[in-house]
Design a protein around this ligand. Structure first.
Ligand code: NDP
Ligand code: MG
Length: 384
């Protein structure tokens, strides 16, 4: 019998990689539902191709001339209604929406006892234990799709021995060798152009200043129940090794592949690795070298800040993540300079903790209250 899937964020970069892998399966999976924010043309095209009936459009205000087609399908509007696609017949929920707007949806999926295949790191970081504990409580398996975490997941699946720590890799992004005095004038177009990965805008910006790697440390800590001192990252410009698990005897296992999201995504659909791909062949003899070095704190202050936030824990990871989301938008709109994305984040967090205690295990209300504080104060802080 085929397995049923809902793909939240079907029109994005991860969404399209998922569809490419689905095309290689032989009817074992059936795409029942798909969603977008506002990219209705693409949503309709996908629904026709995969014959799916349940369509979700997050942006209620989007005007469109496709109403007639949409009413023939089961189309719902507003992300708060996406959870109506959750039902007992669905086996796998793929969360590939960007940003934090899918947080409530993630918590609903966590109650299904099925599989939550998650690319959306923002939710894992902000919800932290709330999400992981809920999945445990309801026996829902979390399947990480983020490449580094998928690498660690695959390595851990085969190796149950207790590990010492893990290492994630970072490509270093487009500004690994750029003169430091040119960072202030970096434009959104430059920051979005990633040398190794093709991704959505938000994650591309995050990758360019190492914010993505900071977020990924926290993501890994949450997903694999590790302490802060068990999670680290290094620069590896070739992006061939994605994750490493290190054992107490100082031996390590590494996960290698070409940098393409189809590789981690295929592990969801082909858990026994029987996916025969003609793409992304890894021929090590064609690589001149594999390089590794430490992340330069001066070039990438986001990484230092991220490590501090991970250690501080409590409500700090959510603040860090939420503020970053806001600041990346402001950078893309041309309101703030590139270097201010990290600079303002640090300043806003510092001010927050001047008037608030950290909360060890924040609940949803705590997270929401801290977000409201940021919304109310961000403009004054950045205009000072
Ligand atoms: P994209 O921007 O390419 O796609 C985002 C998807 O989410 C689109 O379908 C978009 O719809 C939808 N969406 C955006 N905003 C909303 C909203 N408010 N409500 C509902 N749906 C919304 O992003 P990516 O595919 O690159 O990334 C998705 C997630 O996966 C992110 O969390 C990212 O960090 C993570 N990730 C991505 C990787 C990659 O290689 N791309 C790698 C590892 C993790 P629409 O098309 O209509 O705008
Ligand atoms: Mg990643």
């Amino acid at each position: 019998m085929s397995k049923n899937i809902i793909l939240f964020g079907a029109t994005g970069s991860i969404g399209s990689s998922v569809r490419r892998i689905l095309d290689k399966t032989n009817g074992e999976f059936c795409l029942k539902g798909i969603t977008c924010n506002q990219n209705i043309d693409s949503l309709i095209e996908i629904s026709n191709q995969y014959n799916c009936h349940d369509l979700g459009v997050s942006n209620k205000d989007i005007s469109n001339n496709k109403k007639e087609i949409l009413t023939k399908k089961n189309t719902i509007y507003g992300i708060e209604n996406f959870e109506s696609f959750i039902n007992d017949d669905i086996d796998i929920y793929i969360l590939a929406i960007s940003g934090l707007s899918g947080a409530s949806l993630a918590l609903k999926i966590a109650e299904t006892g099925k599989t939550l295949a998650i690319a959306n790191k923002e939710c894992i970081i902000s919800l932290g234990k709330i999400l992981v504990n809920k999945c445990n409580e309801f026996n829902t398996s979390i399947f990480p799709l983020d490449s580094e975490h998928n690498a660690i997941h695959q390595l851990l699946y085969k190796n149950h021995r207790s590990i010492k720590d893990i290492t994630l890799t970072a490509s270093g992004g487009p500004f690994l060798d750029l003169d430091l005095d040119r960072f202030d004038s970096i434009t959104p177009e430059q920051a979005i152009k990633h040398p190794k990965w093709k991704m959505g805008n938000k994650i591309s910006i995050d990758s360019s200043n190492m914010m993505n790697k900071s977020l990924e440390l926290i993501e890994a800590k949450n997903l694999f129940h590790l302490r802060s001192d068990q999670v680290n990252a290094i620069v590896h410009p070739q992006s061939i090794i994605h994750g490493i698990i290190n054992f107490h005897d100082n031996s390590s296992y590494a996960f290698l592949s070409q940098p393409n999201m189809e590789v981690p995504i295929s592990s969801l659909f082909f858990p026994n690795k029987d996916y025969r791909s003609n793409d992304h062949d890894l021929d090590l003899t064609k690589l001149n070298s594999l390089d590794f070095f430490e992340i330069d704190n001066k070039r990438f202050p986001a990484f230092t800040l991220g490590k501090y936030i991970m250690q501080k824990d409590g409500i700090a990871p959510h603040l860090f993540n939420y503020i970053n989301d806001k600041l990346v938008k402001l950078f893309l709109e041309g309101v703030i300079k590139y270097t201010k994305i990290v600079n303002f984040n640090e300043r806003i967090i510092e001010l927050y903790f001047k008037s608030h205690q950290n909360i060890n295990e924040p609940n949803i209300e705590d997270l929401n209250e801290s977000s409201i504080w940021v919304d109310e104060n961000i403009k004054t802080i950045i205009n000072k």
